[in-house]
Design a protein around this ligand. Sequence first.
Ligand SMILES: [Zn+2]
Length: 186
Amino acid sequence: MERWMHDSLDIICFGRSYWQLHKEIDEKAKELGIYHRICGHAWYWKFKKLWDFENPFPVEELDKGVAEIFESIPENLRKTFKKLAIREAVFSLDKEPLIKEVFQVYVCHCFWDRMWDDYTREERQQRKKFVRAWILNPKLLYEKADVDVIKGKTKVKRNGEEWENSPYLKRDYANLVKIIQSKFYL
Ligand SMILES: [Zn+2]
């Protein structure tokens, strides 16, 4: 799946694009095309072994597999994991959930890529149009995805619900919109 799609889905699901992570996971895409997934996509290759579409995120398997998956990730990607978690932790009192979120983002990347394999060209176009429309609609993002891309805030649930500053959201969102708007062939 294309990078802007991964970035967009993460804004909707996680409230930030994690573009650095997707960039590194798909680093080999230019060189290797569809074969790029031999690097950096460990969870993708566990399809039908540890997970399937009925149960895409089996908690026990994920818990057991964390170390193995982490070890199988190329060194540069592992560094990004740590960098991202540390960078984000600077802005948050609660470090541990963010490290987990980075891992979730990685697993979701593999999940989406595997889903994408089975879609027809028409189904892909349809989904791209849908995600594009979501991202270009800040009001919808605010109301349905709890992301305020205008003020750069996301709603988090800890003890109660509150809007929290998301330091790079405005910049990352603006860059993503530029990329999406350049894709008028959609
Ligand atoms: Zn990928």
